[in-house]
Design a protein around this ligand. Sequence first.
Ligand code: TYD
Length: 212
Amino acid sequence: MKQKRGILISLEGGEGGGKTTQVLKLKENLEAVGREVVSVREPGGTVISEQIREIVLSAKNKGITDATEVLLFQAARAQIYREVVIPALNAGKVVIMDRTRDSSVVYQGMVRGFGRKMIESLNDISTKKITPNLTLLLDVSVDTGLARRADSGKMDRLDMENKNFHQQVRDAYLLLAKEDADNRWRLIDAEKTVKEVEKQIWNVVKAELKTK
Ligand code: TYD
């Protein structure tokens, strides 16, 4: 189901693609043309979901099993869609999400091996079957991504996975974008400077707004 009133834009990709910076830039650009914007990150974005985030990402929690991880990401998602995303879309706002359902498809479904179908079923429950109107894949090489992440000094539990894990994440995202099942994926070259990436994103989003 595509939501009727607002627009849902997600930013996806592996580590160090600059999603968080670009969410802020995109929000500013949309507000400058008079759009009402809500931006959130997953896992997180509500008081309850931020508590779940702490559990699932803490470098201390090495003992979390893969199945626990699957369900915690979904639990955080169920909460944010009901508390924030769905009400904002119903109010006609633009919602920008720093990761959402495709992160679970890639990390848990394709890389951890739970399978895409299984994860999409869970996603349908947690999102009430909402998919983004537009998904921007901020694609960056694993070396660049990990170097940026190391420079930022913020390594969480998943950042500490090995290089092979991050390569699988990148390949999985590129496959989803290539399949582009519901014509919502746009590939953004995130090796470029912040300014250039901002421009690529804004051009894509402007084109999407015209079709609405
Ligand atoms: P965060 O620091 O927010 O992400 P980023 O790498 O985008 O700065 O950490 C989120 C981590 O959680 C990231 O490694 C991806 C992972 N993740 C999943 O494995 N599954 C999910 O469903 C989501 C939302 C995130």
